[in-house]
Design a protein around this ligand. Structure first.
Ligand code: NAD
Ligand code: TYD
Length: 356
């Protein structure tokens, strides 16, 4: 039987995955309840990503600007809304930033997750008809060689400040399930891509640099491998676990779609060339190998047999289609791009990377 909710608190709902999730939940998912988006609007959060959704949803959508580390603010959100499920996306999410400044990652990902969990436990007072769903990453499992896959049983072996902070939050979530009986589920997913992704991650960085004729910075030898998952497939997987997953369990979500970075870039160049009317040769000439990321994980690849076998989920968007939709979205949304690249983010990029 599927669990049902009437008021879902989405943390980090103004970020990349969270905004896509809310758009989908209030739209095609079939969910008829309310969504509360709790977001601190860091450099990575942009409320404009949901302007149209907020208007269309009316009273079914509420926005609460709050920091998950601020206990009183989170308590106030629980006091205001009759929340019966939390889906926790809010995080510092970029590995490169975690190398430059790990403290924010420990603060938000560890302390913030703890604070949110503790407020939920207090507010729900032992209720079992509620759920705390934690969104985590495959990066907690470390780095693979040429073969093998991450399963839910793979021992944790995080290597970056980002993945270490996410691993830590995962353990706290599971501790709240075991110790206090808080109903939780968790998902660990591979690299998401799609519309509204902040232009610091590989795919949007490359698309925007191609459009602007800037160098395409490939870290190291370009042969690191990631398993790419279209964000809409991630949405449906998270909701499947929230409504049908076994409590206290982790489910891995992957695209079963492994690409070396340099291979992916080749494909992306062809699509941008077609969609933006540029020559493949001129775009290829922008490829620039740069110094490798310290501690750069070599390969991530997810075995998602548990999710597919137990809950019947499967991916629905192939890579070619997903990449093309993503490229089109960035071509069609110059104002969104301009807005997210202004202000604090621009200052940070200039300080750490110069004119990139
Ligand atoms: P993002 O960086 O695009 O968005 C993060 C959001 O969280 C932003 O809206 C930001 O304002 C908000 N936020 C940050 N700190 C906060 C705080 N202290 N209080 C309240 N809000 C805060 O991230 P994303 O790519 O959408 O990732 C969402 C989640 O998915 C994260 O938990 C991340 O670890 C996980 N994840 C992402 C990927 C990926 O490929 N992007 C892969 C695996 C797991
Ligand atoms: P990223 O999108 O930062 O995700 P993650 O590090 O969480 O997997 O990076 C994806 C891959 O692309 C990773 O191997 C690092 C590499 N990369 C580049 O080569 N150049 C870039 O400019 C960026 C941002 C990433």
């Amino acid at each position: 039987m599927k669990r049902e909710y009437s008021c879902v608190l989405v943390t980090g709902g103004s970020g990349f995955i969270g905004s896509n999730f809310i758009r989908w939940l209030l739209g095609p998912s079939g969910y008829s309840g309310k969504v509360v988006n709790l977001d601190a609007l860091t450099y990575a959060g942009n409320p404009e990503s949901l302007d149209d959704v907020a208007t269309a949803a009316g009273a079914r959508y509420a926005f609460e600007k709050a920091d998950i580390c601020d206990r009183a603010a989170v308590e106030a959100v629980f006091a205001t809304h009759q929340i019966d499920a939390v889906v926790h996306f809010a995080a510092e999410s970029h590995v490169d930033r975690s190398i430059h400044g790990p403290e924010a990652f420990v603060r938000t990902n560890v302390m913030g997750t703890f604070t949110l969990l503790d407020v939920a436990r207090q507010a729900w007072k032992g209720r079992q008809d509620v759920l705390f769903h934690h969104v985590s990453t495959d990066e907690v499992y470390g780095s693979l060689g040429d073969s093998g896959y991450f399963t839910e049983a793979t021992p944790y072996d995080p290597r970056s400040p980002y993945s270490a902070s996410k691993a830590s939050s995962d353990h706290i979530v599971m501790a709240y399930s075991h110790t206090y009986g808080l109903p939780v589920t968790m998902t660990n997913c591979s690299n998401n891509y799609g519309p509204y992704q902040f232009p610091e991650k590989l795919i949007p960085v490359m698309i925007l640099n191609m459009l602007e004729g800037k160098p395409l910075p490939v870290y190291g030898d370009g042969k690191n491998i990631r398993d790419w998952l279209y964000v809409e497939d991630h949405n449906s997987a998270v909701w499947t676990v929230m409504t049908q997953g076994r409590l206290g369990e982790t489910y891995n979500i992957g695209g079963e779609n492994e690409w070396e970075n340099i291979q992916l870039l080749g494909r992306l160049i062809e699509i941008v060339a077609q969609e933006a009317g540029k020559s493949v040769a001129s775009l290829r000439s922008l490829i620039t190998y740069v110094k490798d990321r310290p501690g750069h994980d070599r390969r991530y690849a997810i075995d998602c047999a548990k999710l597919k076998g137990e809950l019947g989920w499967k991916q629905s968007v192939d890579f070619e289609t997903g990449l093309r939709k993503t490229v089109r979205w960035y071509l069609d949304n110059p104002l969104w791009i301009e807005h997210v690249r202004s202000g604090e983010y621009r200052n940070w990029m200039d300080k750490n990377y110069g004119a990139r």
